[in-house]
Design a protein. Structure first.
Length: 264
């Protein structure tokens, strides 16, 4: 989402989900499978939730979904806007069932809209910047989803743009919002020209997967295993809370993947 800093009158909520005991069976597309330490993954996820809370976010922790290995990545199941929540239809067949358990968590806060077949889209491919919504055209998200999103969200004033992505799983593997006017980007994976009017911080070339950061009312969350890009962000004045995230990275995940953040 394009984060609006807390105005003191509304709560900021993050929906998270516990890591599945089958996490090691996660879907992989662009990286090789390596062993995942399940207990370390759970400890790192708790540290992530604690970081959200420390930045002024009210964390709503959902129980694990044992039948869905990737279900900790709740971002992929929905796009939460100020007016409505759009339930996605994940591109991997093994993940489509995750959406049904997220719907009840969002229903108290938003009217729910749904993406329908033959469209598929992962939330990790959706970058909201104000009234502009950018959708990565990847192995997980298709043109049919883009067209449905345009139809569903135009009544609320949103403009939907398709963005080619190469070399990574999701659009938000390549670019995320680092501050009110700046994007963190890997220009090898997505073209800066897709985002007119924005400033950019480029990831360090030795850390191609570092273009993923979470904004919260009190600052931003960034993974500890990208120190060179961390230094670039800090030099640009971005206030960072650093968290360990090595195990979700082995599942082709990142810090934005593990929460749905919105104003109540």
């Amino acid at each position: 989402m394009a984060f609006v800093y807390n105005d003191g009158m509304s709560r900021t909520i993050a929906i998270t989900r516990a890591i599945s005991p089958r996490f090691a069976e996660c879907e992989l597309t662009h990286i090789e499978r390596t062993p995942i330490d399940l207990e370390l993954a759970r400890a790192q996820h708790r540290a992530y939730e604690q970081a959200l809370a420390s930045l002024g976010v009210e964390v709503h922790h959902l129980p694990e979904e044992p039948e869905f290995p990737d279900s900790v990545f709740v971002e992929d199941t929905a796009l939460v806007l100020d007016e409505v929540a759009l339930l996605t239809r994940p591109g991997a067949d093994s993940r489509k069932g995750e959406v049904e358990s997220i719907a009840p968590a969002l229903a108290p806060y938003r009217k729910l809209l749904r993406i329908a077949a033959p469209a598929s889209v992962d939330g990790g491919d959706i970058l909201q910047l104000g009234k502009d919504i950018y959708v990565g055209l990847t192995t997980r998200s298709n043109q049919a989803a883009l067209e449905q999103m345009q139809s569903l969200l135009a009544p609320y004033g949103y403009r939907v743009h398709g963005v080619p992505v190469t070399g990574c799983l999701h659009l938000k593997s390549a670019v995320t919002q680092a501050s009110q006017d700046t994007l963190l980007i890997n220009p090898a994976w997505v073209d800066k020209n897709n985002f007119p009017g924005w400033k950019f911080i480029e990831v360090d070339p030795q850390e191609p997967s570092a273009a993923n950061i979470v904004l919260a009312p009190g600052g931003a969350i960034f993974p500890a295993h990208f120190p060179k890009t961390q230094q670039k962000l800090e030099e640009a004045g971005v206030k960072l809370t650093i968290v360990p995230a090595t195990e979700v990275a082995k599942a082709e995940g990142a810090v934005t993947c593990c929460s749905l953040i919105f104003r109540a």
